[in-house]
Structures are given as structure tokens and as C-alpha cells.
Design a protein around this ligand. Structure first.
Ligand code: NAI
Length: 484
């Protein structure tokens, strides 16, 4: 038993947990974080957002040098891929980020406890968290027995659950982590696959499919629904589909996978779509059909932490679960499974714990798919507005008419702004195009401050920049675009 009593014990050091811990510590709380990985940052930093973006950038440079440099008057021999160097650089980028978080923990005086944490009942008013050093050596079993060795049990006033999520497996095609893989393994293939089949045209499927396509793999994406990125605006999804097909990715839409067999490093898949059944043979399959909360072994039921019908932890406005003193954020709780949502929840949780009135502006949560071009969105889609019978106006501006996009030779895509017909308030912004991930930030700010299309239209935008496409789309809401 650790004698120290913490104000807050966080289980999980992903973008939700580590940010919550830092903010709580800034606010004067004594904080412990329990993490079973050797490095901090969770899935996002170690095997998700960060390594995938490192490879997306590297593979994009490779594809540019191969396919587009000549257009800019740069003549080189066909570039040669050094995949092991590319992967090593990705690992270096990850290390810089995980080391950075470790530094921040030290700087903020956060106690890091290595091992797997689980809720372990209460001691008076205090919550207990048992920390097992190795999987299987859980010090406090279901019967609460503390006889196994010398368990580390932390005590604190509050516990924050921030253990994140894990990839969903297809029951008939379980991960073997070699030929049938999740995103984690697909970020470290030692060789470019000959034929990669991606199941699921969501964020992971399109991003990782893009990486290996650019590096030379044949890529086939199998998607159950009629469009990729089902939560994005339909026009954005259509445009992205067209552009990814142009890059050589093959899509089988409205198609489900019926069965799969793995033999000698090859996979035979039977897929069924609108035009009947088809067999696919490939050397790697990436299953990217969603993620589910990582709650196994946390002791939720014993602690009285309730789940909703979808398996997410039920919380109130203070992120408190159905058990007093136990809180949860990020992928464990309802809402999109996005790192920046988890981080924001972590900050707001800590501030509300101190009596603050902050809240998460879920309405203005941006989503980005880091393909090239990128797709980014905030607010309502046109389909959602139509379904709600909303009275809205649309302004659209194509990058084709943007000077900077022409300089870059990146003229694919558009910005679309949806605004209330009555008061002009921006209801949604949808971008497919170069650096959409960065451009969407302006829209998020405008919407968070209740901005109107007119506000955006009247704001200076430096020339020549991609951001002028946003200004022009805002002008187009009132049929005033200059360059359209
Ligand atoms: P997703 O929910 O984004 O997409 C899953 C796709 O798989 C959907 O289009 C769905 O219709 C399809 N699908 C489901 N079952 C299928 C089946 N049996 N056969 C064919 N298609 C099927 O999930 P994804 O891409 O696995 O990502 C997981 C989570 O990680 C998401 O919540 C996402 O928000 C997050 N993420 C976000 C990123 C970003 O913000 N750029 C990057 C990577 C992940």
C-alpha cells in the first residue's frame, strides 16, 4: 500500500489521461497516473495519430517526387524507397513525442506508476486502484484477495478512467497480427504489400490505405456502406472517393466480407456486393471497421460503473460515472473517438473538479481525414440539415480558383459553408483539399464564437493563401464570391 493519498488517480496516459493529469496538476492537485505501456501517450502517440501522420507525410513526399516533381521542373531519377529508413524516422518522431510527455510529467510533478490499473474498492472515503506489474499478476482479484505478492495499491479522492479503445475484430477473420492486422501492425509492415485489402473505408482505412498505395501497393478497400467516411458531408465523401480512385485505390462499396481464410501468408476473401460474390486474394488485410472501449479487467461492474446500450461508460456533466468519485473520458464515453475530444474532456474534467464552469463544445468538434487531399469538417453536414428541415444557405468555392492552390498545383477540392438563412450563423464547414486539416481551425474558431458567414467574409485573409478559399466560400453564401 502506498502511504501517499492522491487527489486524483488517472488510469491511462493517452491524450485524454495525460492531458487531464497535467491540467489537474497545474490546478494544484496531487496526481498519479497508472500506465501499462513502457511509453506515455497511449494509442494516439505510440501507434495511431502520430506514427500514421509521420508515414502519411513521408509517403506523400515519395509520391510527389515520383509523380509530380517533373511538373515543377525538378528532374530526378525515379526515387528509390528506403522503407526501413522511413519506418525508423516514424519511430523517431514517436519517441520525441513520448519523451516530451514524460518530460511534462516530471515538470508537473506527476507520479507515474507503471503497470495495469484496476478499480479495487474503497477504503473509507478513498478510492483504491490496484496496479499489477504484469498481465496475470493482478494483485486484487475478483474476490478482493490481497495475498498474491506485494500489490501496489494507490489511494485517492478521485479516479479518472482514460484507458481508450481497441480495434474491433471480425469474428470470422481474427487478427493474426501478421497477415490479418489492425492499424498498429499496418504502420510497421517491413515490406510494401503486393495487394493490401482494407476492410472499412473509415478514417483508418483511407489513411493507411493511402500510405501503402503511395508506396506502390495495390490497395482494395471493401466498404459495407455506399460511401466512404459515413459521418462526413456527402459531397466531401464523393469528392474524396473520386480523388482516391484517381490515385489508384480500388473501392468495393456496398460490399461486405463473408469469409476469409489465411494460408501461407496469403488471404482469400469472399466478398458480397450489389453485383454478387467475388473472391479477393491478397497478402495483407487491414481490418478497420471501428474501435471499442477498452474496459476489460477494469473492475467496472464491481465498482458500480454503468455502461450504456452501446458499451460506453455512462457519465454526467462532470464526467462522473454512476459510481461517485469515479470519472471517465475519451473513447470510453459517448461521442466520436478522437484524440482532441479526449484531451478537451480531460481539461474540462479537471477544471470542473475545482468548481470551474468550463464545458466541452461538442457542437464544434472538428473531424479530419489525413488523406491527400485532406478532408475536414465541423458542425452539421448538409444531409443533417436537410433531415432536420433547416432553412440554410450554401456557399462553395473550388480550390481550382485559388491562386495559392494553383502555385502548389493542388487545385482538387473545395470549401463548402452552410449558414442559417435567417441570421447567417455558420452551421457547418466542409473542406476537401490541400491542408484542409489546418484550414478547418478558422471555421472552428468562427463557429465557437457564434460567427456568421458575413463575419468570415469580412475578415482579412492574406494573399495568396489557401485560407482565401474559406473567405470566398463565406462570400459565396451571399452570392458575392469575387473569384468564382
Ligand atoms: P470508422 O468508424 O471511422 O470506420 C469504419 C468503417 O468500416 C465504416 O465506414 C463502416 O461502414 C465500415 N464497416 C464496418 N463494418 C464493416 C464490414 N464488416 N465490412 C466492411 N465495412 C465495414 O472506424 P476506423 O477507421 O476503424 O477508426 C476507428 C476510430 O478511430 C474512429 O472512431 C475514428 O474516429 C478514429 N480515428 C480517427 C482518425 C482521425 O481523426 N484522422 C484517424 C484514425 C482513427
Amino acid at each position: 500500500m502506498t502511504a501517499e493519498i492522491f487527489d486524483l488517480i488517472v488510469i491511462g496516459a493517452g491524450p485524454g489521461g495525460y492531458v487531464a493529469a497535467i491540467r489537474a496538476s497545474q490546478l494544484g492537485m496531487k496526481v498519479a497516473v497508472v500506465e501499462e505501456r513502457a511509453t506515455l501517450g497511449g494509442v494516439c502517440t505510440n501507434e495511431g495519430c502520430i506514427p500514421s501522420k509521420a508515414l502519411l507525410d513521408s509517403s506523400e513526399y515519395f509520391a510527389l517526387s515520383r509523380d509530380r516533381f517533373a511538373l515543377h521542373g525538378i528532374v530526378i531519377d525515379p526515387p528509390r524507397l528506403d522503407l526501413s529508413r522511413m519506418l525508423a524516422r516514424k519511430d523517431e518522431v514517436v519517441k520525441k513525442n513520448t519523451d516530451g510527455i514524460a518530460f511534462l510529467f516530471k515538470k508537473n510533478g506527476i507520479t507515474l506508476v507503471s503497470g495495469r490499473g484496476r478499480l479495487a474498492g474503497k477504503a473509507g472515503d478513498l478510492q483504491q486502484v490496484a496496479v499489477a506489474q504484469e498481465q496475470g499478476s493482478d494483485p486484487i482479484g475478483p474476490k478482493g484477495n490481497e495475498d498474491r505478492g506485494n500489490p501496489e495499491v494507490l489511494r485517492g479522492k478521485r479516479v479518472l478512467l482514460a484507458t481508450g479503445s481497441k480495434a474491433v475484430e471480425l469474428p470470422f477473420l481474427p487478427f493474426d497480427f501478421d497477415t490479418v492486422v489492425s492499424a498498429r501492425e499496418a504502420l510497421s509492415f517491413a515490406a510494401v504489400p503486393q495487394h493490401l485489402v482494407v476492410i472499412g473505408a473509415g478514417y483508418i482505412g483511407l489513411e493507411l490505405g493511402s500510405i501503402w498505395r503511395r508506396l506502390g501497393a495495390q490497395v482494395t478497400v471493401v466498404e459495407m456502406l455506399a460511401k466512404p467516411l459515413p459521418t462526413m458531408d456527402g459531397q466531401v465523401a464523393d469528392a474524396l472517393l473520386r480523388l482516391l480512385k484517381k490515385q489508384g485505390m480500388k473501392f468495393l462499396l456496398e460490399t461486405g466480407v463473408k469469409s476469409g481464410t489465411v494460408q501461407d501468408g496469403r488471404v482469400l476473401l469472399t466478398v458480397a456486393g450489389v453485383s454478387g460474390e467475388e473472391q479477393l486474394v491478397c497478402d495483407r488485410v487491414l481490418v478497420a471497421v471501428g474501435r471499442k472501449p477498452l474496459i476489460d479487467g477494469l473492475g467496472l461492474a464491481e465498482a458500480g460503473v454503468g455502461l450504456d446500450a452501446t458499451g460506453r461508460i455512462i457519465i454526467d456533466e462532470n464526467f462522473q460515472t454512476t459510481a461517485v468519485g469515479i470519472h471517465a473520458i475519451g473513447d470510453l464515453v459517448p461521442g466520436p473517438m478522437l484524440a482532441h475530444k479526449a484531451s478537451e474532456e480531460g481539461v474540462v474534467f479537471a477544471e470542473r473538479l475545482q468548481g470551474g464552469k468550463s464545458r466541452v463544445e461538442y457542437e464544434y468538434l472538428p473531424g479530419v481525414c489525413y488523406t491527400w487531399p485532406e478532408a475536414a469538417a465541423v458542425g452539421k453536414t448538409e444531409e443533417e440539415l436537410q433531415q432536420a428541415g433547416a432553412d440554410y444557405k450554401t456557399g462553395r468555392f473550388n480550390f481550382l480558383a485559388n491562386g495559392r492552390a494553383r502555385c502548389m498545383d493542388e487545385t482538387d477540392g473545395f470549401v463548402k459553408i452552410l449558414a442559417d438563412k435567417g441570421n447567417g450563423r455558420i452551421l457547418g464547414v466542409h473542406i476537401v483539399g490541400p491542408r484542409a486539416s489546418d484550414l478547418i481551425a478558422e471555421a472552428v474558431t468562427a463557429m465557437t464564437f457564434n460567427g456568421t458567414a458575413e463575419d468570415l467574409a469580412m475578415t482579412f485573409h492574406a494573399h495568396p493563401t489557401l485560407s482565401e478559399a474559406l473567405k470566398e466560400a463565406a462570400l459565396a453564401v451571399n452570392d458575392r464570391a469575387i473569384h468564382a
